[in-house]
Design a protein around this ligand. Sequence first.
Ligand code: FES
Length: 323
Amino acid sequence: MAKRKLECVDAGSEYCPCFLAETGECITCSHLQGKQFCDCNWRGVCIFQEYAWAGYRSRGTRGSYEAELVDKKEISPDTFVIKLKVTRTMSRELDNPGAYVFLRGKERPGFFDVPMSVMTVNTVKNEIDVAMQVAGAKTKALQDINDRIIVRGPYWNGILGQRYLKCIKGGNCLVIARGIGQAPAAQVVRTLHKHNNRVKILADPGKVGAVFIKDYIGETCCEIEELDIISKQGLTVINKYLKYEDYDLIFSGGSDKQHLYILREIDNSRGNPFLVVTNNSQICCGEGICGSCSTRIESGVKVKACKVQLDVRKAIERRILNG
Ligand code: FES
């Protein structure tokens, strides 16, 4: 079987080539995988050339900054939205669907870093909004902070299927978001709206217990319907929309199980919309180093889901059906 060429979300960015180039594991460049020939599908500036120009070393690494916590708003007893003042460059780089940062308290060691989706970005004031659901040790350690937080970023692979999001213009789109999945969905809605797409939102309070997306999609005029997405009734509603409306793109923000439900509903419908989903891999370092996000793809090769734009359908089916 021919080896699939993988798409690295960082390729061509100021963080490419990264540490993986130094260890001979670059996702895109065959030279930087130890091969003697060029066999990549990258259409930007040659990654090997960049590596040579950088003195045969990785280029810029992402830094950690102390950011001021400007505002904190409680959404429900264990969910809150924090507003952080970040650097100008960081705010611009985070203004993308799928962008996320790592956060931790000032006094905490690096292993307290927890990845959080960026919900909105204000590139004039250099502020970002991040929604956080308190679930374990790392998020509990962030809960009581009211002044400054360590931010590491920017990272971009929080959403799979980004190329569809970027190419769809003037289309009809359905955004389905549940619980904390509303946070990445907010950026998606604004991007779709910017490209003159019609957007309908199906929002489920989920474990968060509130529909908060409407406060973070700016001036976009979308129809928002609240429902329990993974109930029988919710699935009937989704099925009805897919049956009677022609969608060009569907976004699912929530669990892999939710993604699979929606995938099945798409398969049973007459249309063939693009599916874009939240990347639910266990992300720990975000740099392709620790291996916590490793996923096996069809050729048996293990890939780092924090870096690679996986095929949406295969990623969901493999994770859910193969455990
Ligand atoms: S999160 Fe560490 S390798 Fe992907």
